[in-house]
Every structure is written in C-alpha cells, then in structure tokens.
Ligand binder design. Structure first.
Ligand code: ADP
Ligand code: ZN
Length: 624
C-alpha cells in the first residue's frame, strides 16, 4: 500500500472507530510501518497507547489480527472495549465454555472476526495452528512480550515457543510490545522472536501526567496518615486509587482505617480466597471513587485507565517495581499522582535482608546497588522525575515542575556538622542505641535512661538543641539511607557506624541534608487541586465545570450499569471532562471531542447532550 494511502486509512480508523483526532508521536510511525508489512519491537510506557499500534493495522490490512496476551482479565477488557467501538473482536482462552468457544471458531472460519485475542497456551495448540494455515492473518501482535525473558518477574515458558508462529506465518508482520525497559529483557525478545531485522520503536519512559510525592516518615505514623488523608482530600476526593502495603496484616489494618473514615476501600492480598479477590478486583474496575488496598500481588493486568493515584505506605522493592506500580496511575493521560511514604525501619529491614541473605556476594552487590538507587530517589532534594529517568538511562531536564521537589524545593543545607554530631553521638554511646535515645541525647533531654547511663556527661549531650526532634530523626534516616550508618536489627535496632562513616568524621565527605521545616506549610494553591479542572481552562467557572462533570459521571454510571460494562468502557474520564469544559450543543460538536467514535457518538452522544442541556436549564441539581 502506498504510504500516504496507509496514513489516510489509519487516520480514518482512528477517528471513525476510536474517536480520537490525533496520534501520539510514535503511534503513527509504528502503524504505517506495520500496515506496509514490516515487523517491529515496540517499547512504550504503560498508558502510552500500545493497543492502537496493532489494532489499527489489524483493521486496515486484509485478514484477521491475532493478538497473544498472557492476561486473561485484560483480554476480556480489551475485547469489550473494541466491541464498544463496533469492532468485531473476540477471544479464546480457558474461561470460555465449550459452546462459547465453538461460536468463536465458527465466526473465525466465516471471516467475521477482525481481531482475535488468544492466550499463549491456546496459540500453541495444534488445532489452533491448523487455523493459521487457513485463515488469512493481517498481523500477529505479541503483547507483554517481556514474558519471554527469564530476567523479569513474569516469565512464561510458553512465550519462548511463540517463535513457532513466526515460522508458520513467515509473511505476516509481527509486532512485539512491552512496557518493561531493561536492556537484557529487550535483547531476549529480539532473539527469541527473531526481530533483529525488524524496526525497534523505543519511546521515552517519562509519564508526564504523574506527579511524584515522596514523604519520609520522620514524623509519627499518625502524622503520615494525616498527610495522606489531606493529600487525598485535596487532590483526589472523588477518585479511584491503589494503596500498596507490605503485608496482609497491613492491608487489612489500612483498609479498615480508611473504611472508618468513610472511604469505599477494599482489600486484596494472597490470604483472601480467589473468589474474594476476584470480587474485589471487579468492584475496583466497575466503581468510581473506590480504593484498592493491596499487596503487590495486585495490579498485573488491571488496566483501569482512570486510576488517579497510587500510594505506597512502605518502600517499594526496587525503582523498577516502583515505576511499574506507579505506572498504573493515569493511563488515560489525565493528571494523576504517585505518593510514597517510607521510614527508617523500612530502610533498616531492607539493608538487613540483603546482608543476612545467603545469596552469593555478587548478587548482594546488585541488590545493594538497587537499594541505593531507590533510596537515592527517595532522598533526593532535586527533581524526582530526573532521578527516575536517569535510572532508566534517559536524559531528562533539570526540573519537571510536576514533582514535590520541583514544586516546593526542599531546604537543602550543608550538613557536615550535623552529620558529625550525629555520628559521634553514636560512637560515644557505644554503637548500641536506637534513634530515639540518640536524639534525646543530642537535644539535651532529661530522661531516666539518660541519667541512668550518665549520658548527660557526654560531650555530645545537648549539642543539637538548635534542631527539633523530628529534624534529628530525619537526619539519622538520611545518613542511614546514604550508607553512613546502619541499623543493627539483630542488636535491637541500635545504630552502628559503617566503613563510610570515617569520611564524615574526618570531614572528607560533602553531605547535603534535607532540613524539613518544623510545621509543614499547608500546601494550598501551589500543589494545586487536581482532577484536571483548572480555572481558565474553560469559558465557564471551574465550579460549574465540576458540577456538570459530576452529572455526566452519574449518567455514565447509569449507562455502565445498564450495559454491564465498567464506566471507562462507556466513555473515558478525559472525554467527560472535555464535555464538561466544552459544553457542546450538537452532535457535530460532540463528534469533535476525543473519545467519540461513530458507534459511541450514536449511542451516547444524544444522552450526554441532554445532560448538558438539562444542566444549563437548571432542571437537574448537581449531586453534592
Ligand atoms: P498501554 O497498553 O500502552 O498501557 P493503552 O493502549 O491501554 O496503553 O492506552 C492507554 C490509554 O490511552 C487508553 O485509554 C487509550 O484509549 C488512550 N489512547 C491511546 N492512543 C490515543 C490517542 N492517539 N489519542 C487519545 N487517546 C489515546
Ligand atoms: Zn521534578
């Protein structure tokens, strides 16, 4: 096909079927390449828009598009989304009854399926491979292609055998897609699927719509919880979010706490029965202002596009894991948040875990390096996004203006003297006391433990009165994170010096410390309210836009219930927002809004117009 003809057809499908008006930068190039019959490796972050990259060529090229996907829940979701746009999509996996599967087979042979999703097991069955000889294919897409690599966590042995498909259909373009970044995985995909000659499309891993917040827990846990709640109230009052906790017990406790505060929160962890987990996940997909409190077992294959925030109440396991987990926020591109809080004991646990493991020294070195990178991100006083992207080998500008450090630059001070005071206090007390007692000594407190041990006679007694207790706690945490101290968990949490401590005691190290101010300012305007509604984005006042948006959401919920679909498969949040901001009055105007393809325009356009009209006539009252 001529390339300009291919481009025209791709754009037409984009607008007519999906209702979008422009491609995101790499999509169009990938799509043209596939339409022209080329193969490709596509690396794009979560939410980047990988699906369209194979769906559109599958619709433009003659024949049926075959998509291999390892996640059954996701398959169903994708098929529902395509059907909602009028595409003849189906799936084949172990969840179908024999009768349902027969129906799919019949449609398949009758040439009535545009896009077929199958599990890798199914794709490898002999009967299925027979089909491939008889039914012409437009392309083969291998989604979550990182499952082919033993490097990652999601290794699937069947994936390695998918190379067979290449041999069976050598003329069919093949596209492998993944959001996993590292080089080793990438090389495995290329090798196993013989993509050496194919084009490689590698997109930036930046998620510009995600705002990063990191809070060290030098304050009490109660204080951290208070901050979390005010973050949710300020930025995400009516939104869906995921809250990650370390253990089942933490999940249960946190979930109960949120329920007591009136949130619609549900737990998810390996201790629940499969039915409970499935029911809670379903609820999370179907409802709007719903919180999922979960261990990291939750999230794979959940592609609810309007998860507005992901919170971690502990250190994540690595920076890669953090990136994947927070990447579940804001797939739809609207403003979203990643919120993290961690404590000194998180750091201590992790460090001890590495040191006490039986792993070979080489493995430990890797683990230490990974932990250092993670703590570096957590403790940095400069742009978080820059720290994150640098870890993935990407260059980034100095300031993103969309992370806590860029929006409210922390006070970083030359901390050598403080560090020396802290370390000599550890040294002079015999490297056996926890942070609480050490801070008491530095602050010159009068406790029974101090008088009992004669610690008021030490030269470090009361030399740190100029800082508050929580500032000292924070300094001890920062010094531990930077490797100048370690917490001896076997020795009841006493702090000990490390090899590196010398650098500080001799004054050879440069230490920059974040000095948290005593009373954190109320973060009002600057951190801004989210949900994407800002004064001036619409010709109507922001509160009217919110009211109309609430009504549109209500209507969408009703439509979703009637159709037994999750609300986001009816219309996306971004589409509702555009309706509320633009207030179209005719179907022609609605058609201009991103997210209204021909089918949805017919089906939902008039209904949404009516909501807008009623709102303007004031016959409907906005829900409070
Ligand atoms: P990925 O699979 O890369 O995580 P998806 O394919 O699920 O991402 O796309 C993420 C979201 O972005 C979806 O809600 C999708 O409808 C939307 N999207 C993708 N491409 C476009 C586009 N060109 N214009 C508008 N929205 C898009
Ligand atoms: Zn930044």
């Amino acid at each position: 096909m001529e390339s300009c003809e291919a481009r025209r057809q791709a754009r037409e499908v984009l607008a007519q079927v999906f209702g979008y008006h422009s491609f995101r930068p790499p999509q169009e190039e990938i799509i043209e390449h596939l339409i022209a019959g080329g193969s490709a490796l596509v690396l794009m972050p979560t939410g980047g828009g990988k699906s369209l990259c194979y769906q559109i060529p599958a619709l433009v090229r003659p024949g049926m598009g075959l998509v291999i996907s390892p996640l059954i829940a996701l398959m169903q979701d994708q098929v529902n989304a395509l059907r909602a746009n009028g595409v003849r999509a189906a799936f084949l996996n172990s969840t179908l009854s024999a009768a349902e599967a027969r129906r799919v087979w019949a449609a398949l042979y009758a040439g009535q399926i545009d896009i077929l999703y199958v599990s890798p097991e199914r794709a490898l069955m002999e009967g299925f491979q027979q089909v491939l000889q008889e039914v012409p294919l437009s392309l083969i897409a291998i989604d979550e292609a990182h499952c082919i690599s033993q490097w990652g966590h999601d290794f699937r042995p069947e994936y390695v055998q998918l190379a067979q498909l290449r041999q069976l259909c050598p003329q069919t373009p093949l596209v492998a897609l993944t959001a996993t970044a590292d080089v080793a995985t990438r090389q495995d995909i290329i090798r196993y699927l013989e993509l050496e000659e194919a084009r490689h499309f590698i997109t930036s891993f930046d998620r510009p719509n995600i705002r990063y917040y990191v809070q060290a827990q030098s304050a009490s846990q109660t204080e951290i919880r208070r901050r979390f709640i005010s973050f949710v109230h300020e930025r995400h009052p009516q939104d869906a979010g995921i809250i990650y906790c370390l253990s089942r017990k933490d999940v249960e406790k946190t979930c109960q706490w949120l329920r007591d505060l009136g949130f619609n929160a549900w737990p998810y962890h390996a201790g629940l029965s499969a039915e409970e987990r499935a029911a809670n996940q379903e609820r999370f997909l179907q409802e709007e202002a719903v919180l999922m409190v979960a261990t990291v077992a939750f999230g794979m294959g959940v592609d609810k596009p309007n998860v507005r925030f992901v919170a971690h109440f502990n250190l994540p396991s690595s920076l890669e894991a953090y990136y994947q987990e927070t990447g579940r926020a804001g797939r739809d591109g609207l403003p979203s948040s990643a919120w993290l809080s961690y404590s000194l004991s998180d750091i201590a646990l992790r460090q001890n875990f590495i040191e006490q493991s039986e792993a070979p020294e080489q493995q430990k070195r890797i683990e230490r390096r990974k932990l250092r990178a993670l703590l570096g991100f957590c403790e940095t006083t400069t742009c978080r996004r820059q720290a994150l992207l640098e870890y993935f080998g990407e260059e980034a500008p100095d300031h993103c203006q969309n992370c806590d450090n860029c929006l409210e630059p922390p006070r970083a001070v030359d901390g050598l003297t403080y560090a020396q005071k802290a370390l000599s206090c550890v040294y002079r007390t015999g490297q056996m006391y926890g942070v609480g007692h050490l801070v008491d000594i530095l602050r010159g407190a009068k406790t029974s433990k101090i008088s009992e041990k004669h610690h008021d006679e030490l030269s470090t007694y009361a030399i740190g009165r100029d800082l508050s207790a929580s500032q000292w706690h924070s300094i001890f945490r920062q010094l531990t994170a930077a490797g100048y101290l370690r917490v001896d968990l076997a020795g009841y949490g006493g702090l000990k010096l490390t090899k590196r401590s010398r650098e500080i005691l001799t004054g050879a190290a440069a230490v920059s410390l974040r000095l948290e101010s005593e009373a954190p300012k109320e973060r009002k305007k600057r951190m801004g309210a989210s949900v994407g509604i800002r004064e001036g984005d619409s010709e109507w006042p922001a509160d009217q836009v919110s009211q109309l948006l609430a009504l549109l959401r209500q209507k969408r919920m009703q439509l979703a219930r009637e159709a037994h679909l999750p609300p986001y498969l009816v219309l996306h949040d971004a589409t509702l927002l555009a309706l509320a901001q633009g207030r179209p009055h005719s179907l022609e105007e609605v058609a201009q809004i991103s997210g209204f393809g021909a089918v949805k325009l017919r089906q939902y356009g008039p209904i949404m117009l009516k909501v807008i009209r009623d709102f303007e006539e004031g016959t409907l009252l906005a829900p409070s």
